[in-house]
Design a protein around this ligand. Structure first.
Ligand code: ACO
Length: 428
């Protein structure tokens, strides 16, 4: 936009009029540029939790939370869920275009070639105590990757980003499966050249010398779909963490490791495990859903309905709608009758007809039904958030890459100090 076309908002402050440029995105989202505010006025803006703060310009993902729209690089997530694979979606996020046949073949082959973990890293798994949460193992192992493959900093970005991104997407899958095998005391299963991304992961998880794993195409498709739906979600907590850490020119692996830690929290990706935990507690209380709904509404009780509510969506999360349908389809195909699915649907029905949830626009989010699919696949509950991380990797990498290419300034918010004013040291 040229200087003369720029529109301005006016701020009347201390008898002065400050003109603040108005910005508009390609989907008509509007913002006010306050970057010069402090220099001109001495004031800062305050927005804990970043309800109204745009921290960057991004071309990766568009969300309209009021209308329930989610698009990766312009393509509706519903179309990708129906027609694409996770590997195609990952390519789309990383390269801003869907791959043609040749590009897809080359990308898949690179994923295959980089699926092995450095043999010395296998010993790391021995150091974790029994019962360590796989998300902690995952973030540690990703950070450790940069000591084995150190060349992914800003300077070598141009040469290495394709290789590094692919290696990360591929090896993290191997790390996740190894961590699981280690936790149950079974021998590690290496990646196989002949299996595509999701089937390869399932084989590493479930194959054993005494019970070979048979790839089930419905299970593979359900996993592929879940990974697609988790692949990106613009400036959520973990992606913001990746961008913030990366803004100090921290390498790709360490930035992603920080993102994994952010994702593990129960208010973010950790909610998928917390949902199943909550449903089981409801089941133990003889299905007294109303009691849990009342607890969630009670301001003196910290309990919240897990898998409900979202900072951005003020209507149904489009991912939850697809996941709910997939959940039904898969359970039917596998002839599984999971009482937790019936309970979840009943809970959804009660909550979405309750004034408290209606007034606050609280609907099921991506985490509400995903755990029931993971259960049907045989993935243990403490691995649910690891599955989320596998899906989110291409998004994190795309944002790190975008952030670096924009010559982003170091992230460094300000504060309003509310502590003691000047006082002096007193001798004991
Ligand atoms: N159960 C009960 N009440 C809720 C819930 C919930 N799950 N979520 C929000 N509320 C209420 C809040 O108490 C608040 O009420 P008030 O206005 O009377 O004070 C109001 O709704 C707004 O909630 P905020 O906390 O201000 O919303 P925010 O955008 O900060 O939080 C969040 C979003 C963290 C997702 C929240 O809805 C929540 O805790 N949900 C449960 C955890 C969860 O499912 N997280 C996964 C989110 S998806 C993802 O990250 C992948």
């Amino acid at each position: 936009m040229s200087e003369s076309e720029t529109k301005y908002a006016e701020l009347h402050l201390d008898g002065k009029v400050i003109r603040l440029p108005i910005l508009e995105g390609t989907e008509q989202e509007k913002g006010i540029d306050i970057s010069a505010l402090r220099k001109e006025t001495g004031y800062i803006t305050v927005d804990p939790g970043f309800f109204n703060t745009g921290a960057c310009y991004s071309k990766v993902t568009f969300i309209d939370g009021e209308k329930g729209i989610l698009r990766y690089r312009g393509i509706p997530v519903e179309e990708l869920a129906e027609k694409a694979t996770f590997v195609q979606t990952a390519y789309l996020l990383l390269h801003d275009r869907l791959p043609n046949e040749k590009q897809l073949k080359a990308f898949s082959s690179l994923l295959n070639l980089n699926s092995m973990l450095h043999e010395d890293m296998r010993h790391f798994f021995d150091g974790f105590p029994r019962g360590a949460h796989p998300m902690h193992i995952l973030s540690t192992m990703i950070n450790a990757l940069c000591t084995f493959y150190p060349n992914v900093d800003m300077l070598s970005l141009k040469e290495d980003i394709n290789l590094s991104a692919t290696r990360l997407i591929s090896t993290v899958r191997t790390v996740a499966a190894f961590a699981y095998k280690k936790s149950i005391g079974e021998p590690i299963v290496y990646p196989r050249y002949d299996l595509p991304y999701c089937a390869n992961f399932l084989n590493m998880m479930f194959d054993s010398p005494v019970k070979p794993y048979e790839v089930n195409k419905d299970v593979v498709r359900a996993l592929d779909l879940l990974l697609i739906l988790h692949a990106d979600h613009e400036q959520n907590c973990s992606t913001t963490t990746v961008r913030t850490v990366g803004s100090a020119q921290v390498d790709l692996y360490a930035s992603i490791s920080a993102g994994v830690s952010a994702l593990s929290g129960p208010l973010h990706g950790g909610a998928n495990q917390a949902v199943i935990d909550m449903l089981r507690k409801i089941m133990r209380s003889e299905g007294n859903i109303q009691k849990f709904v009342e607890r969630a509404k009670d301001k003196n009780n910290p309990f919240r309905l897990m898998g409900f509510g979202h900072r951005i969506y003020k209507t149904f999360d489009p991912r939850a709608t697809i996941i709910k349908k997939t959940c039904h389809d898969l359970l039917e195909k596998l002839k599984i009758n999971d009482p937790l699915l019936d309970l979840a649907m009943e809970l959804e029905d009660i909550a979405t007809h309750d004034d408290y949830f209606i007034e606050r626009n609280l609907y099921p989010n991506v985490d509400f039904y995903s755990g029931i699919i993971y259960r049907a696949i045989g993935i243990p509950e403490n691995m649910f958030t690891v599955m989320f991380a596998l899906g989110r990797l291409p998004g994190w990498i795309a944002h790190w890459q975008e952030m670096i290419s924009q010559n982003t300034k170091i992230s460094r918010p300000r504060q309003i100090y509310t502590g003691k004013t000047l006082r002096h040291y007193e001798k004991i």
